[in-house]
Design a protein around this ligand. Structure first.
Ligand code: NAD
Length: 443
């Protein structure tokens, strides 16, 4: 199939590269000339495992990139909308989606034959058959379901494992306004493992499946953090041990060849310094905003966000057990990416922690194996170290924010350097006994 993708970010580029790998001809469209040039030169503009290889194999052959949206749409049969959907003022900002839909619609006005438009961006339920449909119909002069196909196919990939997640999905949610759109979506994914469940539904249900999937993960994280706070207050109980006990329940364990395996969902039942990234905070915010617009208070989800917002304060509280003042105290923050194996720093909990440290007068440095967000506003006055060793060398306090595997070397490294700083483990990945001074969330 000939496919164009409008918006070539984490989702659009991975979608494009993976679909090209399965044999489709893909044109990626972006307003960012730098990204377009890099893709055409087979260079990955983002850090994502497996992506450089996919680009090497497909760029210039089955995968090209352009800034010319009209030409890309005109030359293809199906167009994905994969632009960003940020949270603006407590609700979803659909400006980019609406603009992309209007531009696609304008091209469809003069394009003979049937074309299918599929929303891949995460959009609040009702957007595809509302804002997107209106923009497409008014710009094209054609009707959805007659002049063109319209659907919604949410993306469940996780940054860091995006290529593997896209190539081996756990489910394919295929929302369409009519049978023809379903049939086209079925053909698009025909090369994927037949055992993967295909959920054929309407676009609004597809949109809701995506939000419910993210909201439940965010809820589990905030639940764990609330329990962790209570553990700390009670004393003599470690939230990690509690959650390990919870994980043993039959509904969190699977059996394979007689072996008991913890279900991956259990990893969301662990205390930490809070969730971040470009999805969970903004998606929960978008749902709450949609509820508010409809006169519905989503109290549970509001609490999920409130707990998450307060979680960096837990790190500061643990530091406060050892330091009455942080004035001129050298502190290093390990990890700026919101999760390991990505360079994405959007909504990373590192930033509220850095802000709080600076407000209290600390001399802050930071290190991340991949992310270098030098132009981020919160990085002003923060020294970005070149290596883990350089980052911890002069630190009196080390705060671990991201679970990069490199940070497992921390105790050995501190031993070699002869340093005994306070180590605050924001992810509960370090061995408490390996440090002279250790604090962990929920301990
Ligand atoms: N990042 C994830 O892990 C993830 C996972 C699942 C779903 N999503 C959803 O997918 C969507 C995209 O997310 P992302 O992380 O890839 O965003 P991103 O910010 O990395 O990429 C969006 C891209 O769209 C481009 N763009 C904006 N307007 C455009 C236009 N009119 N024409 C062409 N290009 C345009 C931008 O330049 C940018 O490169 C969002 O709705 C997000 O919620 C993201």
């Amino acid at each position: 199939m000939k496919v164009s993708i409008v918006g070539t970010g984490y989702v659009g580029l991975v979608t494009g590269a993976c679909l090209a790998e399965t044999g489709h001809d893909v044109v990626c469209v972006d307003v960012d000339q730098r990204k377009v040039d890099m893709i055409n030169e087979a260079r990955a503009p983002i850090h994502e495992a497996g992506l450089p290889d996919l680009l090497k194999r497909n760029a210039g052959r089955r995968l090209t990139a352009t800034t010319d949206l009209a030409a890309a749409v005109a030359a293809t049969d199906l167009t994905f909308i994969a632009v960003g959907t940020p949270a603006g003022e407590g609700r979803i900002d659909l400006t980019f989606v609406e603009r992309a839909a209007a531009e696609i619609g304008a091209t469809l006005r003069n394009k003979p034959g049937y074309h299918t438009v599929i929303v891949k961006s995460t959009v609040v339920p009702g957007t595809t058959v509302g804002v997107v449909r209106r923009a497409l119909e008014s710009a094209s002069g054609k009707a959805a379901g007659e002049g063109f196909g319209l659907g919604m196919n949410p993306e469940f990939l996780t940054e860091g494992t995006a290529v593997a997640d896209f190539s081996h999905p756990d489910r394919l949610v295929l929302g369409g306004v009519d049978a023809r759109t379903h049939e086209i979506l079925g053909r698009l994914y025909a090369g994927f493992d037949e055992a993967v469940p295909r959920i054929f539904t309407n676009p609004t249900t597809a949109e809701m499946i995506k939000y419910a999937s993210n909201a439940v993960l965010a809820t589990m994280i905030s639940f764990s953090n609330e329990i962790a706070r209570l553990c700390t207050a009670v004393g003599g109980v470690d939230a990690i041990e509690v959650m390990r006990g919870v994980h043993q329940a039959a509904y969190f364990t699977m059996r394979r060849d007689g072996e008991r395996l913890t279900a991956p969902i259990a990893s969301f039942l662990e205390p930490g310094c809070g969730f971040g990234g470009s999805c969970l905070p903004k998606d929960v915010t978008a749902l709450i905003g949609q509820g508010r617009d409809m006169g519905l208070g989503l109290g549970l989800l509001q609490s999920v966000l409130d707990i998450n917002r307060e979680q960096p304060g837990e790190v500061m509280r643990l530091i406060g057990r050892h330091f009455a003042s942080l004035q001129d105290v050298p502190v290093t923050v390990l990890g700026l990416a919101f999760k390991p194996d990505t360079d994405d720093v959007r909504e990373s909990p590192a930033f509220p922690i850095i802000r709080a440290l600076k407000t209290q007068g600390a001399r802050v440095s930071a290190y991340d194996p991949v992310a270098r967000p030098t132009d981020h506003a919160d990085m002003a006055g923060v020294t970005l170290a070149e290596s883990l060793a350089a980052a911890v060398e002069g630190a009196e306090i080390v705060v671990l924010v991201t679970r990069w595997t490199e940070f497992s070397q921390l105790s050995g490294l501190l031993g070699k350097l002869g340093r005994r700083p306070l180590v605050v483990d924001g992810r509960r990945v370090l061995d408490p006994d390996a440090f002279a001074l250790y604090e962990g969330i929920g301990r």
